[in-house]
Design a protein around this ligand. Structure first.
Ligand code: FES
Length: 181
């Protein structure tokens, strides 16, 4: 509002409008505060990224693990234990896994995971005299064929590891759904 209108409003008995102006100190406070916040954010973003980045990365792919000489594998399933190296974010571990490895009718090696597809107990080959030449789960009586086909209780066949043979050794890879049944 200019001087003329101020005078005008005084003439008309109205209160003059107060104009607030920013002091030099306020201006400096705002400017320096804003610059500080900007620089702080600039430092914070890389720090947060550094902290959470491994968590955002996909889990390391399972590698092939050398488990046993092929000559030790027959038509009769045998249990073999092996360790895998896992990286999950910042956490690295070497859990021990188990596979029942045997040869199919085609002579090819295959490997089943013994985790029961009912509620996750561990199955055993010939685990019950009632179910000869089958995998049997002691928890609720699920049983499976040598290929891992579910015959009772469990809703799905046993999972199967990827298998490759190299220089006379059996290597196991990713675990996935059973492709044999
Ligand atoms: S967990 Fe195997 S039968 Fe229930």
């Amino acid at each position: 509002m200019n001087e003329h209108s101020n005078q005008e409003s005084q003439h008309h008995g109205e209160k003059p409008v107060a104009r607030r102006e920013m002091s030099r100190r306020q201006f400096l406070n705002y400017t320096l505060g804003g610059a500080g916040a900007f620089m702080g954010a600039g430092m914070l973003v890389p720090m947060i990224r550094f902290a959470v980045d491994p968590v955002l990365q996909p889990k390391a792919q399972a590698q092939w693990v050398k488990v046993v000489e092929e000559s030790k594998v027959s038509n009769e399933p045998k249990s073999f234990k092996f360790k895998v190296h896992q990286v999950d974010g910042w956490y690295e571990s070497e859990p021990e896994l188990e596979a029942w490895i045997s040869k199919g009718k085609d002579g090819k090696v295959f490997a089943l995971n013994p985790t029961c597809k009912h509620l996750g107990c561990t199955v055993n080959w010939n685990g019950s005299p009632e179910y000869k030449d089958q995998y049997y789960c002691p928890c609720h009586g699920a049983h499976y064929t040598a290929d891992g086909k579910n015959l009772a209780v469990a809703p799905l066949p046993l999972d199967e590891y990827e298998v490759k043979i190299e220089q006379g050794f059996v290597y196991l890879g990713q675990l996935g759904p059973n492709k044999r049944v």
